[in-house]
Design a protein around this ligand. Structure first.
Ligand SMILES: NC(=O)c1ccc[n+]([C@@H]2O[C@H](COP(=O)([O-])OP(=O)(O)OC[C@H]3O[C@@H](n4cnc5c(N)ncnc54)[C@H](O)[C@@H]3O)[C@@H](O)[C@H]2O)c1
Ligand SMILES: [Zn+2]
Ligand SMILES: [Zn+2]
Length: 379
């Protein structure tokens, strides 16, 4: 402790093209409605890479990371009064959108579209910043949680207690990849038992979509990636068929050979216009396309409108697996504990905070599933 401030190490995004650096910072005590957490684990998601590459407009400096599990250390004023509030010592999964519960989207049950999420945004306003450099420069927290940090202060609504039996590295993945991918299949697309599903892109999100389709009882799950090792991983968690992606026409033909007439569902989990278009081409008349992967801002895809309308295709956007974190995280943790979601299979490697740069390079190559930063216990 340094007065009222706690020392923290964090991977700090320095601006588009400027990269990031692991820095020593100081963390304020939690304000009203906030909690201080000690991070146990943080996944490395492609969305962090989008930020690093300047694909999305984001401010700097911010502590990166939005997929984390932590232990609650200190409650700010007022926390503990409401049902569901975290308590000191709880294992929590951090939500990158913490619904306010009162805006029109929240009242519709669509908290993932909350207009005023608590603790989201980059929190760079002076009153909201809890992290500072030793010289006093404010440092924000990506999505309000900045999980690539040894400690953080987050909104209480963003810290969701789950079954403490789940290993921390697996719990971290519930914070983004698993919730998004499983939810894309089960909550956004609403895959039904017996249906056929194509999943395009097998990173943490796409592999989770394969698990979600399996959980929903899909009869055929066709997994597509350009990296052969990903296809093996997908088979291990429930894909019934795989296609090694080549050029678009060859991939389309291979998919339609496997599912003549097209699939009930196609989920895109990369974030490319070409594969979003491919997804539209491989569903049956009346089928559903769910776009999960995110492109750089402003990218558009082409739709053959005549064909789209005549075939009665449904096109859905999936934000955070249509999750309500306070309900969805504990439910997914129960599925994981019961062996219905093999979350551990998503973990390629446990790494340290200083290995994050190498993890981003591996993501670029499509090498391996999820890499997870595991933080050392306090000395
Ligand atoms: N909608 C949401 O709420 C949400 C949440 C989290 C992540 N995302 C987005 O989902 C996407 C996937 O995230 P991730 O962390 O799983 O990424 P990832 O990089 O781990 O996975 C992408 C996969 O796509 C494969 N791939 C790349 N180009 C391909 C091609 N042309 N054909 C076939 N396969 C190809 C790669 O080999 C890799 O396996 C990203 O765009 C991310 O920003 C969206
Ligand atoms: Zn809201
Ligand atoms: Zn993510």
């Amino acid at each position: 402790m340094n007065g009222d401030r706690t020392p923290v190490r964090a991977a700090v995004f320095l601006g588009p093209g400027a990269g990031f650096r692991v820095e020593d910072l100081l963390l304020d005590r939690p304000g009203p409605g906030e909690v201080r957490v000690r991070m146990l684990a943080s996944g490395v998601c492609r969305s962090d890479l989008h930020v690093l590459d300047g694909d999305w407009e984001r401010p700097a400096p911010v502590a990166m990371g939005h997929e984390g599990a932590a232990i609650v250390e200190e409650l700010g004023p007022g926390v503990g009064a409401r049902p569901g509030d975290p308590a000191a010592g709880d294992l929590v999964v951090l939500a990158w959108t913490a619904p306010c519960r009162v805006c029109p989207a929240c009242l519709r049950g669509e908290g993932f579209l909350c207009a005023d999420p608590r603790g989201s945004g980059q929190r760079l306003a002076a009153s909201e910043v809890r992290l500072r450099r030793p010289d006093g420069t404010p440092v924000g927290a990506y999505s309000g949680i900045g999980t690539m940090a040894t400690r953080q202060v987050v909104a209480a609504e963003a810290a969701i207690p789950i079954d403490p039996a789940l290993p921390a590295a697996e719990a971290a993945l519930l914070g983004c990849a698993v919730t998004t991918g499983v939810g894309a299949a089960t909550r956004t697309a609403e895959v039904r038992a017996g249906e056929t599903v194509v999943v395009i892109g097998l990173g943490g999100v796409g592999l989770s979509a394969v698990m979600g389709a399996r959980l929903a009882g899909a009869a055929r799950i066709v997994a597509v990636d350009r990296v052969a090792a990903k296809l093996e991983l997908a088979r291990g968690i429930g894909a019934t068929d795989t296609v090694l992606a080549g050029d678009g026409a060859a991939t389309r033909a291979a998919l339609l050979r496997l599912l003549p007439g097209g699939a009930d569902h196609a989920l895109e989990a990369i974030g490319l216009a070409a594969t979003a278009e491919l997804a539209l081409d491989v569903v049956r008349p009346g089928g559903t396309v769910t776009l999960v992967g995110m492109t750089p801002q402003g990218v558009r895809a082409g739709v053959d409108i005549y064909d789209f309308v005549e075939r009665g295709i449904r096109l859905l956007g999936c934000n955070y697996g249509s999750a309500i974190p306070a309900e969805t995280f504990p439910e997914l943790a129960r599925h994981a504990a019961a062996g219905r979601l093999p979350v551990a299979r998503l973990i390629e490697e446990r790494i340290g905070l200083d290995d994050v740069a190498a993890a981003f390079e591996a993501l670029r190559r499509g090498d391996g599933a999820r890499r997870v930063v595991v933080f050392d216990p306090p000395a």
